[in-house]
Design a protein around this ligand. Structure first.
Ligand code: NAD
Length: 474
């Protein structure tokens, strides 16, 4: 491990230092405006190759921060970063080509195109729950689009932040990419600067703070937020598959995933069977209950504060009468919390109101899907909505009558891994998209350019002869 990683910096960064970096990046951003696809691709390749070379350091940093198991690091940190880089490397030349537009009748005799120009100096603020993936993923899009970036990772995963500072310093000069470490105060210094774009991933509450700060400079924003993602399991569903895919979605990363299935509506006819299928799936994926804490594939909650918060949600629900057919083990020394399933959850319980962000699965039985749809529509629009069914009409009804950032049918979370799909929320769960071409576009300004050749525009010049009326009628 490099020396930078041993010396973990958790202090707030100084505002003069952030201003200095920002000023340096302003100058560099002007130079990068004309950077070629080959130049950008060379940087992405170097970054990707270094991620490959330093996988051991990545495992160590993720383990030090929240005992994240190495195979989960492979699937949820390294794989998405490498896929994002490879996708951009493969398609960047095409994405950068001006998008020629056919003239309309009014614009006959002109040529027109949309150019994707770099936004300029960008700020990326990232969360702790996928500390590398959610920092380097957007960074790859920003570099592909020709920007400079100040990255402010989360203070809660300091080993991962220090690792990224070290890694990125090997690829970029600080006037192109700089990592600024710190917590709220640092974030707020940064947010006071006139960035050209802010890409924020985190909670809706902080998303609002970011958007207000951005409004001061009319800075554009991409907000990748969170919230409660509902899951609906119809009686026509294949229970074994549903349970297995939901156990993975809910308990991978210990439930600390923005798109984790948060709470489950299960058809009353199969609710008991679903609990049993979940028990079996848990044993299959993570082993017997008494061995679970020792299973190296089962992650931990990030810190004591969050451990107590999630335990508090369970306690509140059980005090209000919820049953716990699965669960009951916790150890605050290492932030272990056993996979927990709750049934008979009172509607007023906090666990049905707050984003859980932990290994707890509340099950709510239903008989009429229209009531489920109405309940979902009464809440803020979620980042993800999952539906499990074999009945196509049921699936169609749910998808057509709800709104969500993204959805999976008969799986959970894999929408994140599809490089050709946009990834983002809607209203309370986010604004704008990331990933692949959508990520490139998030970090680009779409500039419309019309070139005059022999158009009819002269007809609209004064002295007016009434040609406009002719066009209006046409
Ligand atoms: P958070 O909003 O608390 O923090 C995110 C970042 O914002 C951190 O870098 C933090 O230092 C900074 N920050 C915190 N308070 C701030 C303030 N008052 N002013 C300025 N900056 C501030 O989120 P978190 O706890 O790190 O992550 C969990 C949340 O993120 C969950 O809601 C989850 O759903 C969401 N999330 C969303 C996505 C997505 O892609 N949509 C991905 C991961 C996590």
């Amino acid at each position: 491990m490099s020396s930078a990683l041993k010396d973990i910096v958790t202090a707030e960064a100084d505002s003069q230092e952030t201003q200095r970096l920002f000023d340096a990046q302003r100058k560099r951003a002007l130079v990068l405006r004309t950077s070629s696809a080959d130049e950008r691709i060379a940087k992405l390749k170097r970054l990707r190759d270094l991620v490959h070379e330093r996988t051991r350091d990545i495992y160590a940093a993720c383990h030090a921060d929240f005992s994240k198991p190495a195979p989960e690091v492979d699937i949820t940190e390294i794989l998405p970063i490498v896929m994002e880089a490879n996708h951009a490397i493969r398609h960047l030349k095409n994405w950068m080509k001006p998008d020629r537009k056919r003239p309309t009748l009014l614009m006959f005799g002109t040529s027109a195109e949309v150019r994707h120009e770099p936004r300029g100096v960008c700020l990326i603020i990232s969360p702790w729950n996928y500390p590398l993936n959610l920092s380097l993923g957007p960074l790859i899009s920003a570099i592909a689009a020709g920007n400079t970036v100040i990255l402010k990772p989360s203070e809660m995963t300091p080993h991962c932040s220090a690792f990224m500072a070290d890694l990125l310093a090997d690829v970029f000069e600080e006037d192109e990419v700089a990592v600024v470490q710190g917590a709220v105060e640092t974030s707020q210094h940064l947010l006071s600067l006139a960035f050209d774009h802010i890409f924020f991933t985190g909670s809706p509450a902080v998303g609002k703070i970011v958007m207000k700060a951005a409004a001061e400079h009319l800075t554009s924003v991409t907000l990748e937020l969170g919230g409660k993602s509902p899951t609906i399991i119809d009686k026509s569903a294949d229970l074994k598959t549903a349970a297995q895919n939901l156990v993975w979605g809910k308990f991978a990363n210990n439930g600390q995933t923005c798109i984790a299935p948060d709470y489950m509506y299960v058809h009353a006819d199969i609710a008991d069977a679903f609990v049993e299928a979940t028990r079996k799936a848990l044993e299959k994926l993570y082993g017997k209950r008494d061995k679970m804490a020792a299973n190296g594939d089962y992650c931990r909650i990030v810190n004591n504060k969050h451990h107590a918060r999630v335990q508090g949600l369970i306690d509140d629900a059980t005090e209000r009468g919820a049953h716990m057919p699965i669960g009951g083990g916790a150890n605050s020394d290492d932030n272990y919390l056993a996979p927990t399933v709750l049934t008979d959850v009172d509607a007023e319980s906090r666990i049905l109101d707050e984003e859980i962000f932990g290994p707890v699965m509340p099950i709510l039985p239903f008989t009429d899907v229209n009531h489920v749809i109405a309940a979902i529509n009464a809440k803020p629009k979620p980042l993800a909505l999952y539906v499990f069914a074999r009945d196509n009409e049921f699936i169609k009804q749910v998808l057509a009558n709800t709104s969500a950032g993204g959805s999976c049918v008969n799986h959970s979370m894999v929408q994140f891994l599809h490089a050709n799909l946009p990834f983002g929320g809607v209203n309370n769960s986010g604004i704008g998209n990331s990933h692949g071409h959508y990520g490139f576009k998030a970090f680009s300004h779409e500039r419309a350019i019309v070139r005059e050749r022999f158009s009819l525009a002269f007809l609209f010049l004064p002295p007016y002869k009434g040609f406009t009326k002719w066009f209006i009628r046409f």
